[in-house]
Design a protein. Structure first.
Length: 157
């Protein structure tokens, strides 16, 4: 599996695209001072069955990207919505055909505000599904072949 390549692609784009510090899965126990963003990546499907004699599956990574953005409470929605716009721009420009992990983000949900309670921060979240295709020379990368690139055998036995 190629989770590391996909995660590296997403996390590098998120870190480069935000104007505030970003916390990643299983990296920091204590978050930085406000404002900051948290990047959460989860995988929903990783393989799909293929029609072949040995019953193998092809890697087809699908997942969800969530960006949670925190800022001080009582400053209005402007700062949160500006940071949410940065997050949306990151998601909308994630795909790069030249990258080893080609990650395409789907429809974005949010920004959804979470303002209940007496926490000293305000929060908005963005989320989107993504699909990832791997290319390049990495040993973790599968090669997709199309019917015009292989010899078709009409009688395999």
């Amino acid at each position: 599996m190629s989770f590391q390549l996909v995660r590296a692609r997403i996390e590098s784009q998120v870190a480069a695209g935000f104007s505030v510090p970003v916390v990643f899965d299983n990296v920091q126990e204590t978050p930085p001072d406000l404002p900051y963003a948290i990047c959460l990546i989860s995988y929903s499907n990783t393989t799909e069955p293929v029609l072949c004699f040995n019953g193998e599956a092809v890697e087809n990574i699908r997942g969800n990207l969530q960006l949670s953005i925190y800022s001080p409470r009582g400053e209005g929605m402007g700062p949160l919505e500006s940071l949410a716009a940065e997050g949306m721009a990151i998601m909308n420009t994630m795909y790069d055909k030249a990258a080893d992990a080609q990650v395409k983000c789907g429809q974005i949900s949010g920004p959804e505000s979470v303002l209940a309670g007496d926490n000293p921060y305000a929060l908005v979240t963005l989320s989107c599904p993504f699909t990832a295709k791997l290319t390049g020379d990495s040993p973790d990368v599968f090669i997709k072949m199309y019917t015009d690139e292989v010899e078709l055998v009409t009688d395999p036995f």
